[in-house]
Design a protein around this ligand. Structure first.
Ligand code: GDP
Ligand code: MG
Length: 439
């Protein structure tokens, strides 16, 4: 799973401060695998990664998150942008016509019913027309669906073979019905065949619909590109409806189809029930394609809570070997701002492994409060030069902060160890890398 491989990437990148060709390479490889695992078509994945990589390299490095995480976030945002950048509602001006097309079993007939129901709930007056003349059962199926959503339907005679004739009759029928939009369900094939395409083209030319929507199974996979391209070339689709997202499909088809046609995804089907047609959320789809838990949410939270300049100032001081109780306080405040670290880190893939590397105290707000109280009870001189804090000062500080002198001793010991570590760059890198937001 991607979370496992990202876990590895994060481990590798922890403690690395900048995005470089070298450290971006690992993350890019993981993202490429994620895209392919999500069934994004190969060349689409490749092009997308090349494109985003260029931007990532040019982007200012966000210092308070790790490069691997930042790269994932950049990809996520680009992906969401690409999937839904020009998201527009259906074009339903005047007496609107919607033509649905797609392969057999993609979900056209079901989606026709869902769409009619949805538009009706939105206050429109839709009609349905059955133009699948290849299977008599298909006409009955649309009629059933139509009655379920309580939308009038035009069903041709079983003997009818010409779709344009059917469409002509349907429009004459529609003229007798109160309506403002007509939805045409069409025939599909297991694979694209010439006869089907010719028929669809004729119907499309006759209707010149405001919307020609490709209905496609989210699990279409590597075939998504050729399906989308064929239908787009034949009838110039205006949008895509992705069905069966409730299955375990990873949704890569969304990216593939969007990339080759440039046409927006208008809705997604998430179940067999007729009310399970939903607006498309590019953000959620990007999550799904990258399959990465909520790394993105985590990066956003960290970025929002930590003031980068503060973080950098303190890290710079540390790396020059200066470290006193003022720096210590700064750090505590920074960690404090992260709030519930456990909750935050639980969003991260591989959380349990990281948890093992951190002392429990890092997660304990009560202990942090007591530690802060101890430091606040020190005089400025003591904070700058902790080595002067001998027995009598320790007793005073303990009394002032309301803790046992043992705790003051423990803190001073910890502080001494931290300081020693600060002077050893390798050890420090390790430690800083273990803290979220300080990579
Ligand atoms: P068509 O051949 O393109 O008209 O496809 P149908 O509308 O007949 O759908 C084929 C099958 O997919 C039917 O069993 C539908 O119930 C099912 N189906 C359609 N959309 C969805 C969906 O969003 N989720 C699930 N789980 N099943 C769907
Ligand atoms: Mg059908």
């Amino acid at each position: 799973a991607l979370s496992d491989s990202l876990d590895k990437t994060f481990r590798n990148l922890r403690g690395v401060g900048k995005i470089s060709e070298k450290n971006i390479a690992d993350a890019l490889r993981e993202i490429r695998l994620a895209l392919l695992e999500a069934d994004v078509e190969f060349t689409v994945a490749k092009t997308f990664i090349e494109h985003v990589k260029e931007q990532a390299m040019g982007a200012e490095v966000l210092k308070s998150v790790k490069p691997g995480e930042q790269i994932v976030k950049i990809f996520h945002d680009e992906l969401a942008e690409l999937l839904g950048g020009d998201q527009v509602p259906l074009e339903l001006e005047g007496e609107a016509r919607i033509l649905l097309c797609g392969l057999n079993g993609a979900g056209k007939t079901t989606t026709a019913g869902k769409l009619a129901g949805r538009l009706k709930r939105e206050g429109r007056r839709p009609l349905l027309v059955a133009c699948d003349l290849y299977r008599p059962a298909a006409i009955d199926q649309l009629a059933t669906v139509a009655s379920q959503v309580e939308v009038p339907v035009y069903t041709p005679d079983a003997s009818e073979t010409d779709v344009v004739k059917v469409a002509t009759d349907a429009l004459a029928w529609a003229a007798t019905q109160p309506h403002d939009v007509v939805i045409f369900d069409t025939a599909g094939r297991q694979e694209i065949d010439e006869r089907l395409v010719e028929e669809l083209k004729r119907l499309h030319a006759f209707l010149s619909p405001g919307e020609t929507l490709l209905v496609a199974d989210a699990a279409t996979g590597q075939g998504a590109v050729s399906v989308a391209r064929h239908f787009d070339e034949a009838v110039s689709i205006t949008g895509i409806i992705l069905t069966k997202l409730d299955s375990d499909a990873r949704g890569g088809a969304a990216l593939s189809m969007r990339a080759v046609t440039g046409k927006p995804i208008k809705y997604v089907g998430e179940g067999e029930k007729l009310d399970q047609l939903f607006e498309f959320h590019p953000d959620r789809m990007a999550d799904r394609i990258l399959g990465m838990g909520d790394v993105v949410g985590m990066v956003e939270q960290v970025a929002a809570r930590i003031d980068e300049k503060d973080a950098m100032k303190s890290i710079e001081r540390l790396s020059t070997g200066q470290f006193d109780f003022y720096d210590f306080l700064d750090q505590m405040k920074m960690i404090g701002k992260l709030g519930d670290m456990k909750g935050l880190m639980a969003l991260m893939p591989g959380f349990n492994k990281i948890k093992k590397q951190l002392p429990d105290a890092a997660f304990d707000p009560k202990r942090m409060k007591r530690t802060e109280a101890i430091v606040l009870s020190m005089t400025p001189d003591e904070r700058r030069r902790p080595e002067i804090i001998k027995a009598s000062r320790r007793r005073r500080i303990a009394a002032g902060s309301g803790v046992d002198v043992i705790e003051v001793n423990r803190l001073l010991k910890q502080f001494g160890e931290m300081r020693k570590m600060m002077r050893s760059p390798n050890k420090m890198k390790k430690m800083m890398g273990g803290m979220p937001g300080m990579g």
